[in-house]
Design a protein around this ligand. Structure first.
Ligand code: NAD
Length: 477
């Protein structure tokens, strides 16, 4: 019997296989030897654990969890921890691989990692979640899968600053190096060594990336759109940390939110939706549905097919598949979530001329600012603390000299605007903006050189950087 490969539409690939197919597609445009490419692609270590958790009613439940460290070419490894019922080994490996490529693309000196705890967090009380988080951290500690120079977790789907603080406290309880312990996890509350701007960072990065893409005149012309973000219509799926902040900054940047989707359903108003009013409505009623002036879409998934310029999937992977890709009307897909477009769906969308801004670049704002937080923790000083007042005085002095030389008074509003020393948030946001702009320009150059799509260009960039690292270091022993 002759075995033939199933046609693309008929075979479904796992998330890990999909990431590797993206890798292979890009690797074909590089000249690295096969062995080196195999090593870059491989997932170096995966720790699968099962541990008992005592529920509030006294019963015992076994929880399954994972931590994957994809690449040790740079240390520490870095990546979020996800709490979701559908977490699998395949998924954490795929997400860890994306972290390696993401860090390389935005020049963050870490290898990629990812953790996952297979629970539906809504089924657990806060006390239970704390016990799960602490036990998970302890399991990581026992196997040397966490530490400031080893592997540094961060928030992801279903986790946030609260869980990061529990991780820090648990790590601290066992650490013999309290001076560095603060850097064992990022995305912490600001009072616990977190950096200002981290919570918003991924969404803000999405905004910078979309703005950058929309500023490329030739691309906008090819899409039949005007350059710039102003007036572009946007649909966002998922109003969690990433989706909410992406929507907020896109709206502040002049885009019009016409559709919003959450787990309970979606709403649509072609004239625009006020994000804060929708969030307030959800807090009050428990749902985004029945928002005044908006049309309800009972099937949340239908929001992906709404007419708009920019679609921002910001929930989970595998949202745009061969089934719905032909019906997508957006001209730009901004992948705020990891892996929201399957590789098969991507083929269909690229043929339709859709511009896909890939996850591996677009949501890298989180790890970029996590890197800043890690640095801040090792420095033990808030960014801007040493320079803020000095800058303010220097700028004020320059304005005084201008007044002396011209004999004219500088208006008070201008003094307030100009004579401002950068505080931590200013510096973090500025570093993030610089990173997202530079990385986009690098990818754009590679895309033009190789005549490929943006995702392939981003992967070529990542492969070249990781390969260079291996070539410089050599292979041990
Ligand atoms: P989150 O838990 O804060 O929010 C996710 C939101 O999506 C929730 O509000 C949830 O109700 C909603 N949701 C889930 N399924 C949905 C569906 N089918 N339709 C509509 N809404 C749905 O998670 P997050 O941190 O915002 O992460 C979202 C995505 O962004 C994930 O893919 C994650 O890996 C990626 N990401 C997150 C970060 C970060 O810093 N948090 C960084 C990079 C990438």
């Amino acid at each position: 019997m002759q075995l033939t490969e199933a046609p693309v539409e008929e075979r479904t690939y796992s998330f890990w296989e999909q990431v590797n197919r993206m890798f292979d597609r890009a690797a074909a445009h590089t000249k690295h030897p096969k062995g080196l490419l195999d090593q870059i692609k491989a997932c170096n270590s995966v720790y699968r654990m099962e541990f008992p958790v005592k529920r509030d009613d006294g019963s015992i439940e076994v929880v399954r969890a994972y931590r994957a460290e994809h690449s040790h070419h740079k240390l520490p490894t870095k990546g979020g921890i996800r709490y979701a019922p559908n977490v699998t080994e395949d998924e954490v490996m795929a997400l860890a691989a994306l972290m390696t490529y993401k860090c390389a693309i935005v020049d963050v000196p870490f290898g990629g990692a990812k953790g996952g705890v297979k629970i539906d967090r809504r089924q657990y009380s806060e006390a239970e979640l704390e016990r799960i988080t602490r036990r998970y951290t302890y399991e990581l500690l026992k196997k040397n899968f966490i530490g400031p120079g080893v592997d540094v977790p961060a928030p992801d789907y279903g986790t946030g600053p609260r869980e990061m603080a529990w991780i820090l406290d648990t790590y601290n309880s066992f650490s013999s190096n309290p001076l560095e312990a603060l850097a064992c996890v990022t995305g912490k509350p600001v009072g616990q060594g977190g950096v200002r701007g981290r919570k918003e960072a991924t969404g803000r990065g999405v905004f910078f990336g979309v703005r950058e893409a929309c500023s490329v005149e030739e691309d906008m012309k090819a899409l039949g759109l005007q350059p710039g973000l102003g007036g572009k219509t946007v649909v966002v799926q998922g109003l969690g940390n990433v989706g909410y902040h992406a929507a907020k900054f896109l709206q502040e940047g002049g885009a019009v939110l016409v559709g919003l989707a959450e787990i309970e359903g979606a709403i649509y108003n072609p004239d625009g939706l006020d994000l804060e009013a929708v969030m307030e409505h959800r807090r009050r009623t428990g749902s985004i549905l029945n928002f005044p002036g908006a049309k309800n879409l009972e099937r949340s998934q239908d929001a992906l097919e709404l007419p708009c310029d920019i679609l921002v999937p910001a929930a989970l992977e595998n949202q745009i598949t061969v089934e719905n890709a032909p019906h997508i009307q957006a001209r730009i897909i901004a992948e705020a979530a990891n892996g929201p477009v399957t590789i098969e769906a991507e083929e269909i969308l690229l043929k339709k001329g859709v511009l896909i801004i890939p996850d591996v670049y677009l949501n890298a704002g989180g790890v970029t600012v996590s890197y800043f937080e890690w640095l801040r923790n090792l420095y033990h000083v808030r960014f801007g603390r040493l320079s803020k007042r000095f800058e303010e005085r220097t700028f004020s002095r320059i304005l005084e000299v201008i007044e002396d030389l011209t004999g004219k008074k500088v208006p008070v509003e201008l003094i307030q605007e100009v004579a401002h020393g950068a505080d931590e948030e200013d510096l973090v946001n500025s570093g993030l903006e610089e990173t997202m702009i530079n990385a986009y320009q690098e990818i754009l150059t590679i895309r033009r050189e190789h005549g490929v799509d943006l995702r392939t260009a981003a992967f070529i960039d990542a492969i070249n950087k990781v390969a260079q690292s291996y070539l410089e270091l050599g292979i041990f022993p």
